[in-house]
Design a protein around this ligand. Structure first.
Ligand SMILES: Cc1ncc(COP(=O)(O)O)c(C=O)c1O
Length: 344
């Protein structure tokens, strides 16, 4: 298989050179472990510059761990978590949220990967009934697993409805940078300002080697988080090497440059493939991915040239993801390969 460049996942790309440089620069002498170091303080300060003061930040190794920490901190085992039917927490975390929280995850129907208050409201029944799990958290993914983006108004409506109904809002922001670039607003304007309670803030998919942060906007909610992080084996002893990545990522707008590139390349790919006969693009391309039905018979040969995943085998829906290092040339060559295999 050719691993040169693929359209499989933004996890398949490498590490941005500025991130690698920052890791190397942090590799001097000894410092205190477990986050009591100057890099971690600085990374937290930078997150405060983006999100405002009085936030509680927990640096993590990976996105599943970040989601689990956020959800574990917000729920009790008799409470439920409402999320999209395609949510990473529901489909792709091997039951880690259920195992660690003990809570039931309830999938909501979506359109373009998004749900709204109607879907949430349907589950606000049997409240205070001891036979039923009690809804407590709504988790939205931004950008979504379908590479679409919730608008500011959509998030506000969800937050207002949730808070009026004693529900908390978690945002899985594994691709939050792609969403910010797509919306053209600051991180704070589509999270904290709207009432989101906790964000899993991703970095790995957008050029970091490994690193996510859980950010609580209400410190009362996060009183137990430090214990759960350790219990869930996500307390990094050499935390400076995650924190140093966040400094490089946040300080010089690397997050924005990388996400802009990935989103623009997905847009270019969309423009190049949307009119090819036999290709049906299913999603509104609002971030860095395309979901399309393509002729089944061309899939294996095309995958040999440019690896990507089949998202739905029955309908042969494929997922093409762009990364921070996807170039215009990569996209044009890929689009030409699609044309060649289809015979268009
Ligand atoms: C929407 C979403 N959330 C979270 C994650 C984090 O996963 P991981 O534990 O692999 O870092 C992913 C990874 O693909 C994702 O797509």
């Amino acid at each position: 298989m050719n691993y040169k460049k693929s359209f499989a996942s933004d996890n398949n790309s490498g590490v941005h050179p500025e991130i690698l440089k920052a890791i190397e620069a942090a590799n001097v002498g000894h410092t205190f472990a477990y986050g009591n170091d100057k890099y971690t303080s600085k990374a937290k300060e930078l997150l405060e510059a983006y999100f405002g003061n009085n936030i509680d930040v927990y640096f993590m190794f990976n996105g599943t761990g970040a989601n689990v920490l956020a959800l574990k901190t917000l729920t009790r085992s008799w409470q439920s978590i409402l999320c999209s039917e395609y949510a990473h927490i529901y489909e792709d975390e091997c039951g880690a949220p259920e195992k660690n929280t003990g809570s039931k995850l309830i999938p909501l129907k979506t359109e373009q990967g998004k749900f709204g208050i109607q879907q949430i409201a349907q589950h606000l029944t049997w409240l205070n009934d001891e036979h039923r799990v009690q809804p407590r958290v709504v988790s939205i993914t931004q950008s979504t697993e379908f590479a679409t983006v919730y608008t500011v108004d959509e998030i506000k409506a969800i937050c207002d409805f949730c808070h009026a109904n004693n529900l908390l809002v978690h945002m899985d922001g594994a691709r939050i940078a792609n969403a910010a670039v797509s919306l053209g607003v600051s991180f704070k304007e589509f999270t904290r300002d709207l009432g989101v309670d906790v964000v899993s803030f991703g970095g790995t998919k957008n050029g970091m080697m490994m690193g996510e942060a859980v950010i609580f906007f209400n410190p009362e909610l996060s009183a137990e988080a430090k214990y759960y992080r350790k219990q869930n084996m996500q307390l990094n002893s050499k935390m400076r090497f995650v924190s140093a990545q966040f400094i490089a990522y946040l300080e010089n707008d690397l997050w924005k440059r990388n996400a802009t590139q990935a989103n623009q390349m997905a847009q270019l790919l969309y423009q190049k493939v949307k009119d090819i006969p036999g290709i049906q693009v299913l999603n509104q391309v609002q971030s860095n991915g395309i979901f399309a039905i393509i002729p089944k018979e061309i899939t294996p040969a095309l995958q040999q040239e440019y690896f990507f995943y089949v998202f739905n085998e029955h309908y042969n829906v494929v997922r093409w993801m762009c990364s921070f290092d996807t170039t215009e040339e990569d996209v044009l060559n890929f689009a030409a390969a699609i044309r060649k295999h289809i015979g268009a």
